[in-house]
Design a protein around this ligand. Structure first.
Ligand code: CA
Length: 613
């Protein structure tokens, strides 16, 4: 079919005369624009259109020149490297194309002015608390975009794996709720176009890297969300995926090169065995299968060893940082792409934005594997990463075990004791749960006291906390992972919802208590500098009690987590090294003041967080 159309088209054009040539053939120019004054003066355009491979581009624009034109085996592509000199001004760049010496078409491509302070933008840090939102499931701010003609999957709110209609507008109109709760950053699961047949609501099957899915809104709406959030003191963190795209991505029907996608000819699934990357005894077959195998059949594996692909993905990430004014990136499946490329990708981002922050997902329960990827880690194989932050899966697992059933605080203690493996454990992101695991309330067998202990722990231990939307109102799920239920609709996000978590209408007393508890802790944490970056000193758990301190030069905090069914008496002389000069402790949850001499009574199954004086 492809062969026939290739030969047929010019013949047709001869018959039709000039008319067909006078229509623009270039269907895609990516990135759609760039900015003047970037640290890296280079940008590479991907051009796609029927038989444009022998087009000859030229630009006459002060400060902008074409450095290289790359043709590939597919004649429908052209890659044009531009150098944007420091003298270039923002404006419309005209790109003229000739074919066999004759002008064929021209396009204008925008060079924009950067926002003030764009290069110095500050990433999220451990003074922040992130609110993770699954946009399809949070709030439906615009029912008109629930179904969009031309996009395959339609609305089906009764299907847990279907699209439910939540969108960017729903998040924008609830920024006050997010801010009132005390969150200072939002991380949205991906919102770029996922025009898949089914099961597309989660957003991890990108079908257009430069376009917000119209069912979530528009690029402009995403940018407006970022602006309004920033104005309310809420940073925006974008979820990105460079490991794979969706199988309905436009380029899947017309790949630029045979090696654009790994295993494009015949499906091979990754072995999902992340440990192969560090394993000194690894076989090459296992290694190759891990990196080049597809995540699932609907997610083609992108080949970042192809330089054009590598450039495409890195530029795309920088484009979104610049376009939205991001304060961070959460990188999906961090170990799955080519690992040398990931080091290069991170370095490129951090060179462009030295104060930025990126957190990677490395789902391992052992700190050694997570630490491997952190900036500053000296790895035996010489692998160097520029990744500042990682999701602390080991601590999440340990905390869940410690607080469910017969678990012990030693689980948590033993993981934190391995912080020597990390160059900067304070930079990790800590969390009770996320969109890929049972709700924390379910993990803790819906034990409300354990839920409170878990949140008190996550919000006072080292690192930057992240909570999942709805945790604050005890959203739950089956104990076994069930993604559609884990990512249930936030009550009150849809017109006619009988319960409204945003206003509190219809919430149970327990839900209200939970929401007040989380709000109180979050609001307090905003000012608790010792909890942000202060030193952590913990004591070996005893009798079901875990005690630790956070201290900086302004503040000293004592946290006592009692998982016993009964009140405990705690002799303070155990902690004398941390209680020098301390006379009392103010309970941050109820304002009461404890005398810090002799011994103190610790209530059953309640966190006690004391500001020491
Ligand atoms: Ca909607």
């Amino acid at each position: 079919m492809t062969k026939i159309s290739r030969y047929f088209l010019p013949f047709c054009c001869i018959l039709c005369g000039f008319q067909l040539y006078s229509q623009n053939k270039i269907a895609h120019i990516e990135p759609p624009n760039w900015w003047v004054g970037m640290k890296n003066p280079k940008v590479q355009l991907l051009l796609h259109g029927s038989k444009i491979g022998d087009f000859n581009p030229s630009i006459d624009y002060p400060g902008v020149r074409i450095e290289r034109v790359t043709k590939v085996e597919n004649p429908n592509y052209l890659f044009v490297d531009l150098r944007i000199g420091s003298e270039a001004k923002a404006g419309a760049v005209k790109i003229n194309f000739t074919q066999a010496g004759k002008p064929v078409e021209s396009h204008t491509w925008q060079l924009l002015q950067r926002e003030p302070g764009a290069a110095e933008r500050k990433g999220f840090d451990n003074s922040d608390v992130l609110y993770l939102i699954t946009p399809d499931r949070f709030a439906n701010g615009d029912p008109k975009n629930d179904e969009v003609s031309g996009l395959r999957e339609k609305l089906n709110r009764s299907n847990p794996g279907g699209r439910h209609g939540g969108d960017i507008e729903g998040i924008r109109t609830h920024l006050d709720y997010i801010s009132d709760m005390g969150f200072t950053a939002v991380w949205l699961n991906p919102v770029l176009e996922n025009d898949m047949q089914s099961y597309s609501y989660h957003g991890y099957s990108t079908t257009d890297f430069y376009k917000v899915d119209p069912r979530f809104g528009t690029n402009e709406a995403y940018r407006q969300l970022a602006k309004e959030a920033n104005a309310k003191g809420i940073k925006l963190i974008m979820d990105m995926i460079v490991n794979h795209c969706g199988s309905e991505h436009w380029w899947m029907k017309d790949l630029p090169t045979h090696d654009w996608i790994n295993n494009a000819a015949a499906y091979v699934e990754t072995n999902h065995k992340k440990a192969v990357l560090q394993d000194p005894h690894v076989s090459q077959a296992d290694l190759k299968r891990f990196t080049d195998g597809w995540f699932v059949p609907t997610m083609p594996d992108l080949n970042q060893r192809n330089e054009l692909m590598a450039t495409y993905l890195t530029q795309n990430s920088i484009w979104w940082v610049e376009y939205l004014g991001l304060a961070g990136i959460r990188m999906d499946t961090y170990p799955y792409p080519d690992m040398n490329y990931m080091a290069e990708w991170t370095r490129s981002l951090m060179e462009e934005y030295p104060n930025f922050n990126i957190v990677g997902e490395e789902w391992h329960e052992t700190p050694a594997y997570v630490a491997y990827w952190q900036k500053g880690k000296m790895n035996p194989n010489g692998y160097e990463s520029d990744l500042k932050s990682l999701m602390d899966f080991p601590l999440q697992t340990a905390m869940s075990k410690a607080l469910s059933g017969n678990g012990s605080w030693n689980e948590v203690y033993n993981i934190l004791a391995q912080d020597f493996l990390y160059p900067n454990p304070d930079d990790l992101v800590v969390f009770p749960d996320n969109h890929d695991m049972s709700r924390i309330f379910a993990q803790l067998r819906e034990d409300f006291a354990a839920y409170q202990l878990a949140h008190a722990f996550v919000l006072t231990t080292r690192g930057t906390p992240q909570l999942y939307y709805g945790s604050e109102i005890l959203m739950t799920s089956p104990a076994e992972r069930n993604d559609g239920i884990i990512r249930s609709d936030f009550p009150g996000g849809w017109a006619g919802d009988p319960v409204n978590g945003f206003t509190g209408a219809g919430l149970t007393e327990k839900q209200k208590t939970a929401q007040d508890f989380v709000r109180k802790l979050l609001q307090w944490r905003k000012t608790a500098t010792a909890v942000h970056g202060g030193k952590l000193v913990h004591f070996i758990p005893r009798n079901g009690l875990y005690v630790y301190f956070r201290q900086d030069d302004r503040q000293r905090i004592m946290v006592i987590l009692n998982k016993n069914e009964a009140e405990q008496t705690l002799p303070l002389d155990w902690f004398s090294e941390m209680l020098q000069g301390v006379s009392n402790g103010k309970n941050v949850l109820d304002g009461s003041v404890l005398k810090m001499t002799g011994e103190i009574k610790v209530p059953a199954k309640m966190p006690l967080i004391l500001e020491l004086n």
